[in-house]
Design a protein around this ligand. Sequence first.
Ligand code: PGA
Length: 250
Amino acid sequence: MRLIVCDNQQEIANVGADMIAEVVAANPAAVLGLATGSTPVPMYQELIRRYEAGKLDFSSVRSVNLDEYYPLAPDNDQSYRYFMNHQLFDHINIDKNNTNVPDGLAADPAAACKAYECIIRDLGGIDIQVLGIGGNGHIGFNEPAEALDPLTHLTDLTEDTIKANSRFFESEADVPRCALTMGIGTILSARRIMLIATGEAKAKAIATVLSGKLTTFCPASMLSLHNDVTVICDRAAVSLCDEATIAALS
Ligand code: PGA
């Protein structure tokens, strides 16, 4: 695991965008694993800037998103499909037919989850997976629990996550109680992983991740099983890590 501690949001956005640009330069038809949430937004804005400046071409890029609320229609303005369109896809030259988000209206969610795994496999796997992290250590909607699911699955959201995400909804009651999410194994199958974390609310989870110990009660800790993970943080997110750990990973 590699750690990059940045001084501000723009530096994080630049480091993340550099990694994506490197992957797309190596393979113009790369498969990007993308994430929603507020954390990756500055990086998406940087990718848009680079596209507008003629430095990045997404015309052959494919994408798969981590998760989607269930049940929720793709055109609902709280859906992750809507988020991706508005925060990134509508502003770059990616072909929307090449973008994949789990189907929040699937009549048979178990079949939709299986089909999502097939989509990822048929694309040839994920070249780089972008991740945020919950204050509770979740990645995607893999919530802390006694046991974790390896593959894409339907899951209940924890009360913590419903509370945290209610800031985007009119009220807490409007937050869907379930989601479709890639599993921990799906995420770990990506060739490279980038985890971005900012703010003190993520400090405890990041300290657990950087400790290198595995616990299902911090699902992101499973990233220690992967051999190409870059954690990009601000100083607040590493405020509970000791200097020796930071130095060893930097
Ligand atoms: P955030 O969400 O980027 O909005 O903090 C991250 C997450 O919950 O995975």
